[in-house]
Design a protein around this ligand. Sequence first.
Ligand code: SF4
Length: 337
Amino acid sequence: MLYFVPKLVLMNRQALEYPMGSRLMKCLQKEGIQIRLFDKKVPVISRGSFTKDFFFAKQTMVVTVWRRREFQTCRPSAHYQLPLVSGCPGICEYCYLNTNLGRRPFIKVYVNLEEIFARAEQYIKERKPELTLFEGAATSDPVAVERWTGSLQKAIEYFARFEEARFRFVTKFIDIDSLLGVEHKGHTEIRFSINCDYVVERFEKLVPSNRERLEAARKVMEAGYPTGFLIGPIMIFDRWREEYGKLFEMLKEYMPRDTSLTFELITHRFTPRAKTIIRQVYPRTEVPLDESKRKFKFGQFGYGKYIYMDDDMTELKDYFSSQITRVFPKAKILYFV
Ligand code: SF4
């Protein structure tokens, strides 16, 4: 999938009062996409079972207004989440969104960008002269819907104005051509989420291949964007070293050795809620979900998760650090979790 084409759009009537909402309405109508208007709450449309509801929601875009007053924090990748989009049309069995979005993982896009940017500016002013980092993909893959929203382009242009702010987002999608000519002043970092082919082929559906992501990464690097890779979820399985070794060889083909890339390394983890959802939606899944091989740890949002045991974590950390240093001596590892 290059970009997401929804089967159904649920449009909040208030969203039509914003330029992006009314523009989207016209585009969607022109494409012949089915639209249902709603007033306050997103209507519950039941397809009869948890699994059917889940996949139906994955094909549904909700266009609405962001109404919270505060941004959520976003450790370790940034200070705050920038609420442009939530949800993702990709079908990755291990997806971290399973915990938060549950039975109806709609792809929600917010139309009141001016209000969202105004709130961001308050945070920037409060933290000045410290740099403030905003993450655009904390609960979504915003590139999948960029063709409809244009939100990333606007955010990139917006953050180019501030010396004290940086914007970053991560994606598995490759529809990035509209971003290549945007004035970014180096204030936006684009990262691509990649994994070894063993993980991509078993667990990721409706998302571009590793090679397509690497091709897109090369394009954004050539457009002068700070560029990085998020490797995750890093999984332990038979021959994991060999498989991840192949990923580093592939990286070498696409990115010059002396590039100042960033790397974020996220080991596989799951919450009890995610496990229940994964088992329900993908009954034959091979995602490793055995608690006895894991250690339980409390996270920043108040719920716990199962991470790898300490010895496994140390082994993974050593392996990935040495591979990255070997292949890209100028790269920076931002975190390993
Ligand atoms: Fe989840 Fe990312 Fe896959 Fe989308 S691309 S389903 S956000 S893991």
